[in-house]
Design a protein around this ligand. Sequence first.
Ligand SMILES: Cc1cc2nc3c(=O)[nH]c(=O)nc-3n(C[C@H](O)[C@H](O)[C@H](O)COP(=O)(O)OP(=O)(O)OC[C@H]3O[C@@H](n4cnc5c(N)ncnc54)[C@H](O)[C@@H]3O)c2cc1C
Length: 572
Amino acid sequence: MTPQYETHEHDVLIIGAGGAGLRAAIEGLAQGLSVGVVCKSLLGKAHTVMAEGGLAAAMGCVDSADDWRTHFRDTMRGGKLLNNWRMAQIHAQEAPDRARELEQWGALFDRTDSGNILQRAFGGHTYKRLCHVGDRTGLEMIRTLQDRGVQMGFDVYMECTVTRLLKDGDRVAGVFAYWRESGRFVVLKAKAIVIATGGIGKSWKITSNSWECTGDGMALAYEAGAELLDMEFVQFHPTGMVWPPGVQGILVTEAVRGEGGILRNKNGERFMEKYDPKRMELSTRDVVARSIYTEVREGRGSPHGGAFLDISHKPAEYVKRKLPSMYHQFKELADVDITKGPMEVGPTCHYVMGGIRVDAETGRSSLPGLFAAGEAAAGMHGANRLGGNSLSDLLVFGRRAGLAASQLAKSSAMPSIGEDQIAQAQREALAPFDQPGGENPYQIHYDLQEVMQNLVGIFRNDEDLRRALVELEKLKERARDVRVEGSRLYNPGWHLYFDLRSMLTVSEAATHAALARTESRGAHSRLDYPKLDEAWGKKNNVIAKKGETMTLFEVPLSEMPEELKQLLAEDK
Ligand SMILES: Cc1cc2nc3c(=O)[nH]c(=O)nc-3n(C[C@H](O)[C@H](O)[C@H](O)COP(=O)(O)OP(=O)(O)OC[C@H]3O[C@@H](n4cnc5c(N)ncnc54)[C@H](O)[C@@H]3O)c2cc1C
């Protein structure tokens, strides 16, 4: 086959134009390097744009007692102490600077009466800590970072999907990609690459995630030889829409609870009193999601299998000002006026704490030349993420990964990529057009979502997880014969062929890790092992490819310095 593709070169290549990717790109540009950003959707449309509630940073603008130590403690406790403590520390210490910097670049956060940044309460945070712009914080963040990046001059390859990482020996040296519109192939070479491709929610049937969240970056890294960490920790956000069916899973921001929203069951009982009487609705997401699920299972759910969330006791003008998207979302999609009555809500697959295993300081993966940041990377959030800690994570570790990638690029020559790898990537990409009698990818995706929703959901057990692994094997077998009709010109079936491959990889990794962890911790709830297990509290699960096999091994947590242990021991 004669390879036909265009080629571009950059010092640093960023895969993903969400908050993490854009922040990494800005850092590369600040180092005076040539930076390319490649993304599946249009620039400005990355999943981060959907973030609503805010960005957590211990700035003490509203609660002056707040500081990084409390933020660190909240994050570690929320993550059930499985977090990479160094990442949690860096995050808590650097988030305020990153928020201020965003403001200097033009982000307009909501203000207090005295003109300070207004910070709101959120689950698991001791103090009011979330800088926000109503319930459209992600939009402001993307707008600001994008303006900055465009002004500084990055090259953007948008509507362009990366399908393989390419290597020079052991080192990552570039990517193979295709333009989604024309189907034409592209090879992007770089001295260092940052993966910032976001989450994996599209493997589940009910999810708040956008179409982009198919775990591509994690699967690309895994296939190329990098390690994945703690993939069992998948967060189910307690409040997604449950009705009507077409909008099931769409997020109802935690800001509703942050602004005083109350959860009740069908009998009108404020059931959080039973599950977390101290924090009530502002308990952590894992606890609230399990509480709603338990109410439903025990017959006290709302008509469509959820709970009622009510903010209508607040003045209508206040609700419309603080939660404009929620007001419109319910009015337009469910014909419910949230200033007058409750919303019906239930758990939705929202975020993955697991991802590419990285070094805390630099975002460096175990593969030379490859870095990762944002939701695609793991470690920061342990067994459960606190709301608001993702947007700050994107800025803190996006910057660090961008900086470390730039430092590597400055001291490296442009690697070379063998034609054989490119030809192989091309053959693989074209294979589904030549499958006689193969199946279309939509049915396989549908079946995958059923498997993950029903067998690897909020509550798990040995039998279901083993069944899931058997089902995933069958799905992988079917996926090998996927057939795509039509041509390479904007072909959604072909796009799904690539996405499906990634989703199968990350689903298998999540299921393997969930089966291995025989305890309940944070977002991982095992009905057959309902308690925390001290031994499991000392180790992470790592997944890597050995030959053609997905293997899992445990690694001990690194020892935490004494002063941080003291912080965690304080009874606050
Ligand atoms: C509805 C909703 C509300 C949320 N609200 C909040 C909040 O208020 N506060 C908070 O802290 N967190 C929130 N989160 C979580 C947070 O938004 C995400 O964790 C975060 O935005 C992920 O950012 P990212 O930069 O890692 O990736 P993303 O924003 O997901 O961006 C990924 C990028 O990678 C690109 N990409 C993916 N695969 C490929 C490929 N194969 N080739 C090329 N490009 C690719 C995509 O096109 C995209 O540009 C929310 C999540 C949801 C779903």
